[in-house]
Design a protein around this ligand. Structure first.
Ligand SMILES: NC(=O)c1ccc[n+]([C@@H]2O[C@H](COP(=O)([O-])OP(=O)(O)OC[C@H]3O[C@@H](n4cnc5c(N)ncnc54)[C@H](O)[C@@H]3O)[C@@H](O)[C@H]2O)c1
Length: 311
């Protein structure tokens, strides 16, 4: 018997998840709800309620500020939920959704896909042999023009919720719990941060929204004892661990986008968790922590002071 999965939203990310799910024999797409029914095509349903009625699980892939209401509704109906990032765009909403997800008997997974990108999985593996001391990170966007709503803070929650939130989650994944952040901003779209972790490590992180698509717009450098690990996008990993060792290189450019960006594995693992009744690989707590960090950066930049993370 296949799992019936519906999608809320019929845009770019809906298409990415749908294609992965259609390749999975364990799944049947039960319908698609979009405010614009034409975008949902042949699988369109008339309402979220109709979609929930027809589904065991839903993907919330509508714009950011719609996620909480959709996800809360699906949990209340006893459905499994895959919620794209950001899980919410206020701390209160993230806490409310986290509480509902914890209380539910269903699986709730957040779309922090980079955890499943081979480049970052391999960085994490390398850090087991050569622990991090500090790091230098950047994550830029080329523009905030496409799709049109990504430049509208009323729909995204703000630039940090749209793009850098990926790296807030990645910093936790690679370096440990974030305990404090000191940030500066200009134009609400350029940020510099000094981030401290619970193990004593620290990192600098710079992000800017409209730098043109200059490659690599995303990179992580992690430094340890006689060691440097460096990524370029999700395309390439280079590392040198040990003073007399050569530099090693691993290239992921030839993988499909779904594999390279971690989308294929996150969808596979969501289905695994639903079938096994097990904990998903990215939980509502992970989603909450990335929202907490986002809010901490906004506050630190506004008040020009270090902000602690305490949840
Ligand atoms: N994990 C990633 O790497 C990644 C990448 C891109 C986008 N995203 C996230 O995925 C979500 C969707 O982004 P996208 O790029 O697919 O956007 P998109 O604009 O391509 O698609 C959004 C769709 O949602 C529909 N929609 C708008 N309001 C709705 C509502 N109230 N109910 C139902 N449908 C509604 C729109 O008509 C549109 O078809 C966003 O939250 C975004 O942050 C994640």
């Amino acid at each position: 018997m296949s799992l019936k999965i519906g999608l809320i939203g019929a845009g770019f990310m809906s298409g990415v998840h749908r294609a992965n799910l259609e390749r999975d024999d364990r799944v049947r797409i039960s319908g698609i709800y979009d405010v614009d029914p034409l975008r949902a095509g042949a699988l369109a349903v008339a309402s979220v309620d109709d979609l929930l009625e027809a589904s065991d699980a839903v993907y919330v892939v509508s714009p950011n500020t719609t996620h909480v209401d959709m996800a809360m509704k699906a949990l209340a109906a006893g459905k499994h939920v895959f919620c794209e990032k950001p899980m919410a765009t206020t701390l209160e909403d993230a806490q409310r959704l986290h509480a509902a997800a914890r209380a539910s008997k269903t699986v709730f997974q957040v779309g922090h896909n980079r955890r499943f990108a081979p480049v970052y999985k391999n960085v994490k593996k390398l850090l087991e042999t050569s622990p991090a001391h500090c790091a230098h990170i950047k994550m830029n966007r080329g523009e905030l023009l496409n799709p049109a709503w990504v430049g509208d803070a009323a729909v995204t929650g703000g630039f940090l919720f749209e793009t850098p939130i990926h790296m807030f989650d990645m910093m936790r994944f690679l370096l440990g719990e974030i305990v404090s952040v000191q940030a500066r901003e200009s134009r609400k779209d350029d940020y510099s941060m000094l981030v401290e972790f619970d193990g004593g490590q620290h990192a600098t992180f710079v992000t800017s929204a409209d730098t043109s698509w200059f490659f690599p717009y995303e990179s992580v450098e992690v430094y340890g004892e006689y060691s440097t690990i460096r990524t370029e996008e999700m395309e390439k990993l280079e590392w040198r661990i040990g003073l007399d060792k050569p530099t090693s290189v691993e290239n992921f450019a030839n993988l499909t986008r779904e594999e390279k960006w971690g989308f294929a594995e996150e969808d596979r693992l969501f289905v695994d968790a639903m079938l096994a009744g097990s904990k998903p690989p990215v939980t509502s707590y992970d989603g909450l922590k990335s929202v907490e960090m986002t809010m901490a950066v906004y506050r630190s930049a506004r008040e020009k002071m270090a902000v602690s993370l305490e949840l």
